[in-house]
Design a protein around this ligand. Structure first.
Ligand code: GAF
Length: 378
């Protein structure tokens, strides 16, 4: 990928720039908790967006996307927003830095990536974090702190891409550290690195390669449900809501809002329970909690789909320790904690049976927990 980017940069701009990369992410547990002030437990992975960038002494940004084979030029004022969705991510990053008083001048860039799109691995956060990190380095002397870089990515999603996401994906992409998961408290923004190397187990993603485009932005609707319930219970976010308070209010809110809030309140506890279990080396408990998350995401939060429920069932039948849908939902991957001796059978069964039922094979990605945003120096 690096060589290809270098070659294309030279072709387009006739010189050399600096290379930067940022990663996609997994999340062991803690789904849809970030925008509710709860806990998440993500890590960056070895799938990245990489960009070569060089200031060009103009007020124009010129970018070529190798994977989409598309070239865009835009200015840095609000009215210059490009139409192409992929370019809006980069435009959004520039604008959000400028809005915060940071500096962005014209630059040339070529980028490519190997984060699968639509798989729930947050290719968009990888793109945002790569450019936010690079523009901080090139124009701001790295004066913008890393949390702000993550927020710049999040605001880009809110203001330029229509997704009212939480902070998890951008946080993971910016702060990721090789071999470590991170437990982030999304209310206080305190976090802790957790070395993750489960002896005798593997983490593997099974990508359904299914993306259900649902109308009316179902992600934003889930968030609205949570906010309605929090307001009703008189708390700032569901992080501060209890099961008892929710039960007491059950008849006053819609059934749907009740189910959404029930999942979130249970999920925030599960993250803490997983951390305790990991500290004891108790992977069986970690796995059971992952299955519980899947059930909640499927039945209460309703962000699963038949294909992912099917993969979850296969995992159970193959004796996989833990399995669940990962990320925002409505398609994408399951994340699976598999004992070494069950791995081969699980993968071959999942591939065979999924293909028989849905007519295409799922993709398999072994998880390698890696570094987040960085400059490539060699
Ligand atoms: C998506 C969002 F971008 C995250 O903020 C998070 O809410 C996640 O869905 C669900 O946990 O990836």
């Amino acid at each position: 990928m690096k060589e290809n980017i270098r070659k294309e940069f030279k072709n387009h701009f006739g010189c050399e720039g600096t290379l930067y990369a940022s990663a996609g992410r997994i999340n062991l547990i803690g789904e849809h908790t970030d925008y509710n002030g709860g806990f998440v437990f993500p890590g960056a992975i070895d799938k990245v967006i990489m960009a070569e960038i060089r200031p060009n002494d103009s007020d124009k940004v010129r970018v070529y996307s190798i994977d989409i084979d598309d070239y865009v030029e835009f200015g840095l004022n609000e009215e210059d927003a490009p139409k192409q969705q992929w370019a809006r991510y980069i435009f959004g990053i520039c604008r959000e830095i400028i809005k915060r008083g940071g500096v962005v001048k014209g630059f040339d860039a070529v980028f490519a990536g190997n984060v699968p799109l639509g798989a729930g691995l947050s290719s968009s956060a990888a793109l945002e974090s790569c450019f936010a990190f690079a523009l901080n380095d090139l124009f701001n002397n790295n004066a913008i702190d890393k949390f702000e870089l993550a927020r710049i990515g999040q605001s880009t999603e809110h203001n330029y891409c229509g997704v009212n996401c939480g902070i998890m994906d951008q946080f993971a992409s910016v702060f990721g550290k090789k071999g470590n998961l991170m437990r982030l408290d999304c209310r206080s923004m305190e976090f802790e690195y957790f070395p993750f190397n489960p002896q005798g187990y593997k983490l593997v993603l099974v990508d359904s390669v299914v993306k259900h485009e649902l109308v009316d932005s179902p992600y934003n609707k889930r968030r609205q449900s949570c906010e309605r319930v929090a307001k009703h219970l008189g708390v700032e976010t569901l992080r501060d809501a209890t099961k008892e308070a929710l039960e007491a209010a059950k008849s006053e809110i819609s059934e749907e809002d009740y189910s959404r809030a029930k999942f979130v309140i249970e999920e925030k506890e599960r993250v803490l329970d997983v951390c305790d279990a990991l500290n004891r080396g108790d992977y069986e408990t970690v796995g059971q909690l992952m299955y519980a998350t899947h059930t909640g995401l499927s039945k209460d939060y309703e962000v699963s789909c038949v294909e992912l429920d099917f993969l979850n069932d296969i995992a159970k039948e193959c004796g996989v320790t833990g399995s669940r849908i990962m990320g925002g939902g409505f398609g994408g991957c399951t994340i699976n904690l598999v004992a070494d001796d069950k791995y081969d059978n699980f993968i071959s069964e999942a591939v065979k049976r999924f293909n028989e039922k849905y007519g295409h094979e799922p993709k398999i990605y072994d998880v390698v927990i890696s570094d987040g945003a960085h400059k490539i120096t060699e």
